[in-house]
Design a protein around this ligand. Structure first.
Ligand SMILES: NC(=O)C1=CN([C@@H]2O[C@H](COP(=O)(O)OP(=O)(O)OC[C@H]3O[C@@H](n4cnc5c(N)ncnc54)[C@H](O)[C@@H]3O)[C@@H](O)[C@H]2O)C=CC1
Ligand SMILES: O=C(O)C(=O)COP(=O)(O)O
Length: 397
């Protein structure tokens, strides 16, 4: 079996090399891809071919992918949670220091000095008082979103001596375990904003978080606070931020998403979406997504899908694997197994998992499944996709 994988962004070769070329054709232009790998390319406006079975985001945010449409079509969407978290954390720490010590304004001041020799030294000493900053220990950082990135940011800030407050109503048990014991819990975004000197946003862009930081919420922030946004532009109302900068409520807005309005503002530090742009993060994300896609395409296993359930079934030796994706409604497993029974296919192992609208079944049968069985499975009402993977256990056996 061979697979076609289309890349919509430049993807680290360390990742693509995990898809062996005797089994995988990889290209940026393909008319009938089985899978797509991308970073921030916007898929919302593109026609996604019917042949696509899986989409892999070599990174964290999936707001550039039409996930609900893909779910309806039975296409699994994967991301690489945590693979770029350290890179983002380091940039957030840079943002904290750039703002707490007024480094961008200070750097600009020096760049614009034209004097030389003793005169330059005098100007430097005279001008530096304009850029007096504050130290981080004792200041409070509020972290909204304690996922892969938020936890690392919170822990690193603790290590720098900051007091840290966190807010995340959906924190996972794993992330709660990873969080420094001295991070305090805020019970709402409002509480987080009102008790912090620096606030860093690490929530995904979804309907609930669009415009999360608006004019009303900015008014809750402490005077001269700093807002850091390395999540997504749309989580913050830009006009409201510009207003808060004018009124002195905000001292700086540090963000990874430039816009015409923000660019050039003396109290905005904006970077060109650099959060995940390190060798390490690009390699990690690409390797993780390539491994997950390969396991899905070849074996049917699902790890880190945002719309499909986690599903891992070790291949049964000498068996033949069928994958069924269907609507999460009653009696689907019954219909699948009775179809197999009608064709005298004995089930060696079966796994059925569901998540939201999607149910997913892996079946290992003792003998080869003829085309007619697959056609009958496809014809069951509610079935979105059937794939026959064949003897996946033979290599493992
Ligand atoms: N600037 C950049 O280059 C990068 C930006 N990102 C952005 O950062 C976001 C977070 O990334 P990860 O930490 O890896 O994701 P994650 O999924 O591990 O963590 C997100 C956390 O936010 C929480 N959350 C959701 N809604 C919330 C709300 N209303 N209030 C508080 N918490 C809420 C979730 O429960 C979850 O724990 C991504 O979705 C992406 O948009 C991620 C990587 C690089
Ligand atoms: O992983 C994410 O969510 C990011 O924002 C990183 O985007 P990128 O892969 O650098 O285009």
């Amino acid at each position: 079996m061979t697979f076609k994988v289309q890349t919509l962004n430049s993807i680290s070769s360390k990742g693509l090399d995990r898809l062996p070329r005797d089994k995988y054709e990889i290209a940026s232009e393909l008319s009938t891809p089985d899978a797509i790998i991308l970073r921030s390319h916007n898929m919302h406006d593109m026609a996604i071919p019917d042949t696509v079975r899986a989409i892999g985001r070599a990174g964290a945010g999936v707001n550039n992918i039409p996930v609900p449409d893909m779910t309806k079509r039975g296409v699994a969407v994967f991301n690489a949670p945590g693979a770029n978290a350290n890179a983002v954390k380091e940039l957030v720490l840079s943002g904290l220091l750039l703002s707490s010590r007024n480094l961008m304004s200070a750097w600009r001041y020096v760049e614009e000095l034209t004097s030389t020799g003793e005169e330059l030294k005098k100007e430097v000493e005279a001008g530096k008082k304009r850029f007096k900053g504050v130290e981080l220990p004792g200041r409070t950082l509020g972290v909204a979103g304690l996922g892969a990135i938020g936890v690392q940011v919170a822990n690193a800030a603790r290590d720098l001596g900051m007091s840290v407050l966190g807010f995340d109503p959906g924190i996972t048990v794993n992330n709660a375990w990873r969080l420094h014991a001295n991070v305090s819990q805020a019970l709402s975004v409002d509480e987080l904003l009102s008790r912090s000197d620096f606030v860093s946003l690490h929530v995904p862009l979804v309907d609930d978080t669009r415009g999360l930081i608006d004019a009303k919420r900015l008014k809750l922030m402490r005077k001269n606070a700093v807002l850091l946004n390395f999540s997504r532009a749309e989580i913050v109302d830009e006009d409201a931020v510009l207003g808060a900068l004018e009124s002195g409520r905000l001292h700086y807005y540090v963000c990874d998403f430039p816009s015409e309005k923000l660019r050039g503002h003396p109290s905005v530090i904006t970077l060109p979406h650099l959060g995940a742009s390190t060798d390490e993060a690009e390699d990690n994300s690409a390797m993780m997504i390539a491994d997950q896609l390969r396991d899905y395409l070849e074996v049917g296993n699902i790890r880190n899908s945002v719309n499909f359930p986690e599903a891992i079934m070790p291949p049964t030796a000498n068996a033949h694997r069928i994958v069924v994706v269907n609507h999460n409604v009653p009696n689907m497993v019954g219909q699948i197994s009775s179809t197999l029974a009608r064709h005298e296919l004995n089930i060696a192992d079966l796994l059925n998992k569901s998540k939201g609208e999607i149910a997913y079944t892996l079946v290992d049968v003792d003998s080869e499944a003829p085309e007619a069985v697959l056609d009958e499975l496809k014809a069951i009402e509610g079935v979105l996709c059937v794939r026959y993977l064949g003897a996946v256990g033979s290599e493992a056996a």
